[in-house]
Design a binder for this molecule. Sequence first.
Ligand code: AGP
Length: 375
Amino acid sequence: GAAELGPYRHYMQKEIFEQPRAIGDTLEGVAGIVPELFDGIGQDGATGASAHRVFKDIDKILILACGTSYYSGCTAKYWLESIAKISTQVEIASEYRYRDSVPDPKTLVVTISQSGETADTLAALKHARELGMAQTLTICNVATSAMVRECKLAYITRAGVEIGVASTKAFTTQLAGLFLLTLAIAQSKGRLSEADEARYLKEMRHLPVALQSVLALEPQIIGWAEDFARKDNALFLGRGLHYPIALEGALKLKEVTYIHAEAYAAGELKHGPLALVTSEMPVVAVAPNDTLLEKLKSNLQEVRARGGVLYVLADGDTKIKGSEGLHVIRMPEHYGALSPLLHVVPLQLLAYHTACARGTDVDKPRNLAKSVTVE
Ligand code: AGP
C-alpha cells in the first residue's frame, strides 16, 4: 500500500534506495572473516555442517542460478578466481540440469536465489547431487525456503522482502554474500593475509556510505532516462568484473521498459555488434578505468562515426570528459574489487526512470512472475 511505499512511487524505486540499509544489515555482525558465517542451518536448531571443513577440502566451485542471480554468480567468478584462487564455473540452471557434464566430487555447488523456490535452480542442485557432488551451499534471501532446506551450507542475505519483479536489492546483497564467501574460502585455504582481510573488511564496511553517494546521482540518471525512453534498442558494454554488470543492466532495461537491450564484453564490439550501431542505438559503457578506456577509445570512435551516442559510467579515477555524443557520469569514488556493487545502481535507476518515462507497469512487468516455480 501507499503507506509502505513512503516517499517512493514504486517498490522498485524503494528497493533500489533500500540498498545501503540492506547491505548494512547483510554485513552486520561480520567482525572478521570466519567460515562459520556459512555454516549450515541445522534442522530443529541443531548445528549444521561445518563450512570450514568443506572449504578446506574442495578444489572447484560450480555456481548454479537463473536470471539476475546468475549474473551475481558471473561476477563472483572473477573474485573467486583472483582472490581465493579457486577454479569457478557458472551455469544457467536450466542448461546445466539437462546437459551432460563431467562431475568432480571435490566441487562445492553454490546455488544463488532470492526466493529459494526457483524450479530450475532447485532441479539443477538435485542434478548436481545425483552426479555425486555432495557439498552444497546456497546464498539465499529466504531462510525458510526449499533451497536453504536442500543445501548443507547457507548464507542468508538480509535484503528483506523484495516485491518488485525486477530484482535490485537482492542482487547487491548476493554480491556482498559472495564476496564474503570468496574471502572465507581464501581464508580456509590459507590464501588470505591478515592485511588483506582487514583491507577488504574496511572496504565492505564503507559500502553503505558509498552506495548512498551513488544514489545521489539519480538526477543525472533521470537526464539519461529521458533519452532512452525514446529508443527501441540499447547496447551495454563492460569488461572484466563489469561485464556481468552490463548484462544485468541490459536485463533490467528489458524487464521494466520493454526496450530491446543487449550486453557485450567490450572487446567483442568489433566482432559483430558494431554492425547494429546507428544514431538510434544508445551505447552504455560501464566503468571503464583508464586502461580500458585506452582500449575502448577506437571502439568509441567507431561508435561515434556511426552516429551512436555513448553513455559512459566512468570510474571515479578516470579522466574522460563529456563531449558531443558522449555523455559521462562520473562515479564518486574508485571502489576496487567491490566496484560492481556500486556500478549496478545507476543501471537500476536508468531502467527504473526509463520505465517511468514510458509509463510501463514497473513493479509488475508484463508476462513476468516474481518467482519462477514452474519450469
Ligand atoms: C530479475 O530481475 C528477474 N526477475 C529474474 O531474472 C530472477 O532473478 C530469476 O527468476 C531468479 O530468481 P531467484 O533469485 O528467486 O531464484
